[in-house]
Design a protein around this ligand. Structure first.
Ligand SMILES: NC(=O)C1=CN([C@@H]2O[C@H](COP(=O)(O)OP(=O)(O)OC[C@H]3O[C@@H](n4cnc5c(N)ncnc54)[C@H](OP(=O)(O)O)[C@@H]3O)[C@@H](O)[C@H]2O)C=CC1
Ligand SMILES: O=C(O)[C@@H]1CCC=N1
Length: 272
């Protein structure tokens, strides 16, 4: 996949997200030898990939390679520890792809110099190949590097490129954190079902199947979400009664707007 160079792609941080991306790269790339995994304690899933593909694994950044691409997938709070250790792998043509929430290009460059950086924001459905990623490239990123980043990020789903770095914080708040909002919706639906008299397990099975089924319907349909919603809503029927509660006074829109604003604000705080 790193066609622009035979130099390696180094994944720094092979946890939930790094592991999901690694699995996608290995599925779509026959050259497993071009990957190096840097993580003091990779998850069991990642360890299986390391063993299966014979990947080079280091507990700390190696000093004997110049990376074509460094993918930063450590927690934002770990950046100030992780970044200084990477300088030995950075050359003039190295591309850094960071998926960390909040961490700015300015922070990355303060440790690694004026390098090419793509800030990307995937989400956990990447683990099942159903993710979506927002991405922004700084001015130092060449067209070939941007293409390479797009290929790497798109193994887990579509990539939406934006032109301004701050928009990555908005993407983080909508689709990066978004799966948690949907899972919480399922939790709330199940609890509401329990309070309506259903057995707890049945209520959760109903909520889970409804959320995943509605998601799959939306994925397969060309209709906008609004049309799909209206298809469920018989005039004067039960759905209309529920939507009166959710939409009355902009209740749910207001709640989500405030939730997304809080996540975006937190991304700014994580910038340091
Ligand atoms: N989870 C999500 O939904 C999303 C997360 N992100 C971003 O992805 C990044 C990773 O998140 P996530 O995968 O959830 O986190 P995880 O904690 O699952 O993964 C981070 C991994 O990095 C390892 N690590 C810690 N310090 C270092 C270091 N100095 N060098 C190399 N590896 C190190 C950790 O090891 P150890 O466990 O031993 O500390 C861990 O295995 C974060 O920046 C987050 O903002 C982006 C989109 C979605
Ligand atoms: O909660 C977080 O900070 C990370 C970033 C997006 C999803 N999880």
């Amino acid at each position: 996949m790193t066609e622009m160079s035979s130099a390696p792609t180094v994944l720094v941080g092979a946890g939930n997200m790094g592991g999901a991306m690694l699995a996608g790269w290995l599925d779509s790339d026959t050259d497993a030898g071009s990957y190096i995994i840097v993580d003091p304690s990779p998850s069991p899933t990642v360890q299986l990939l390391i063993d299966k593909h014979g990947l080079r694994h280091e507990k700390a950044a190696p000093s004997d390679v110049e990376a074509a691409i460094v993918v930063l997938a450590v927690k934002p709070q770990m950046m100030e520890t992780a970044l200084p250790a990477l300088t030995g792998m950075i050359g003039d043509d190295t591309l850094c792809i960071s998926i960390a929430a909040g961490t700015t290009v300015s922070t990355i460059q303060s440790f690694l110099g004026d390098i090419a950086v793509v800030r990307a924001m995937p989400n956990t459905p990447a683990m099942v190949g159903r993710g979506i990623t927002g991405a922004w490239a700084n001015a130092a990123v060449s067209p070939a590097q941007r293409d390479a980043a797009d290929r790497m990020l798109s193994v887990t789903g579509p990539v939406e490129w934006v032109d301004e770095e701050p928009l990555i914080d908005a993407i983080t708040a909508v689709s990066g954190s978004g799966p948690a909002y949907v899972f919480y919706l399922a939790e709330c639906m199940a609890e509401a079902g329990r309070r309506a008299g259903l057995d707890e397990d049945i209520a959760m099975r109903l909520a889970r199947a409804t959320v995943s089924g509605a998601g799959e319907l939306m994925r397969r349909s060309d209709d906008p979400a609004e049309t799909l919603r209206k298809n469920v809503t018989s005039p004067g029927g039960t759905t209309a009664a529920a939507l009166d509660v959710l939409m009355g006074g902009d209740a749910m829109q207001d709640l989500l707007t405030r939730a997304v604003a809080a996540a975006k604000k937190r991304a700014g705080e994580l910038a340091g």
